[in-house]
Design a protein around this ligand. Structure first.
Ligand code: SF4
Length: 373
């Protein structure tokens, strides 16, 4: 019998940035000389070749996501080289979703047109805020006017699927400040909006300023109120709240990220990238130089049945439609016991095989996940 061809999502990590933002703990580096970027692209191509040989024709590419970092620091011709190799070495599904992240001020109109021409059909813009003082505080290289220019250039270049990212819960930020950013997002009318509460990571300049008392974060109650206001405001403007942090016009949900949340197979190419294939998890070396020097694998291990189950619940619960456990080997008693107090508190519902966060539970997902898993 011929085995079925499975859909595959491909993440490609481009770790280069113009400079590090004050809150950034992501795997990104400000060093981005042409020579280093060329060597890195060479290493990406080698890793794609390795996966192509290994996976043979068992998969067909459904989505590609260039994330970072700032992937648009690579020339469109380099990105085209990567896409061409993927097209050559893998089968593809019809109408693939091909996303690239960009940061305002790093892509010109010409570059955006070139991206559309090589087949990129979804743009995710790291707007983060529409208040210049907040952008300065975050150490971003761009200002509000750059975001608006990038957005309008992207529309002119033909992008019909654009996402904007927003961070709330910044030091000194008021509910009115968040509302102003949402108003600006609504004016631009992207197809997708991702919203994140600011995470203060140890060792970042922002965490030092907070530790020294120079900056003060809104307390948890205020942050929860901001999140509630963000949800209400976007839902009122006809964005579907389909995942804890994500909102979309109908039909514009991120297909790539949905693959993660539903436990589908994906490969991650590049420094620090993760892969998940047939129940095994892989992670690449984090440092750019180690990655280039072929010290690629950091770990490779099969998840146990229990780990897969709890991961399915943790990821699936992020979706507002909930997670169906019909075909899962769930120990009902154990799950019901863990869920009992969360259900009583009105954070979770369990009916038949469907486990789902309530509206209140969405705000407190982290707590629910810890208690449940
Ligand atoms: S643009 Fe993003 S990845 Fe780059 S330094 Fe800023 S937060 Fe980090």
């Amino acid at each position: 019998m011929i085995p079925a061809v499975k859909p595959l999502s491909v993440y490609i990590h481009i770790p280069f940035c113009v400079r590090k933002c004050a809150y950034c703990d992501f795997n990104s580096v400000s060093e981005h000389t042409p020579q280093l970027m060329r060597r890195y692209c060479g290493a990406l191509m080698e890793e794609i070749e390795t996966y192509a040989r290994r996976l043979e024709s068992r998969y067909a590419v459904e989505t590609v996501y260039f994330g970072g970092g700032t992937p648009t620091l690579l020339a469109p011709s380099d990105l085209d080289g990567i896409l061409s190799l993927l097209r050559q070495r893998f089968a593809w599904r019809p109408r693939p979703e091909i996303t690239i992240e960009t940061n305002p001020g790093t892509s010109t109109s010409q570059q955006l047109r070139a991206l559309a021409a090589i087949g990129v059909n979804r743009l995710s813009i790291g707007a983060q805020s529409f208040d210049d003082a907040e952008l300065r505080l975050l150490g971003r290289i761009h200002r509000t006017a750059d975001t608006c220019r990038t957005f309008e250039s992207a529309r002119k270049a033909g992008f019909a699927n654009i996402g904007l990212d927003l961070i709330y819960g910044l030091p000194g930020q008021s509910a009115a400040g968040v509302a102003r950013s949402i108003d600006e997002i609504a004016r631009l009318a992207p197809e997708h909006v991702s919203t994140y509460s600011l995470t203060v990571e140890k060792g970042t300049p922002l965490s030092r300023s907070i530790a020294e008392g120079i900056l003060v974060r809104p307390d948890e109650k205020t942050q929860a109120a901001m999140f509630r206001a963000v949800i209400a405001s976007l839902v009122k403007r006809r964005y579907r709240h389909y995942e804890i942090s994500n909102f979309a016009r109908r039909g514009f949900e991120s297909r790539h990220n949905s693959a993660y949340w539903t436990g589908a197979d994906y490969i991650g190419i590049g420094a620090g990238a993760h892969s998940f294939l047939s129940g095994r998890r892989y992670m690449n070396a984090v440092s750019v130089r180690s990655y280039i020097a072929h010290n690629r694998r950091r770990y490779d291990r099969a998840l146990s049945g229990d780990e897969r189950l709890w991961e399915k619940i943790a990821l699936g619960l992020r979706l507002t439609k909930g997670v169906c456990l019909r075909d899962s080997a769930v120990r009902r008693e154990e799950l019901s016991k863990k869920a009992e107090s969360l259900v009583k508190e009105g954070l979770l519902t369990m009916s038949h095989d469907l486990l789902k966060l309530t509206k209140k539970g969405v705000i407190f997902y982290d707590r629910v996940a810890v208690e449940l898993i």
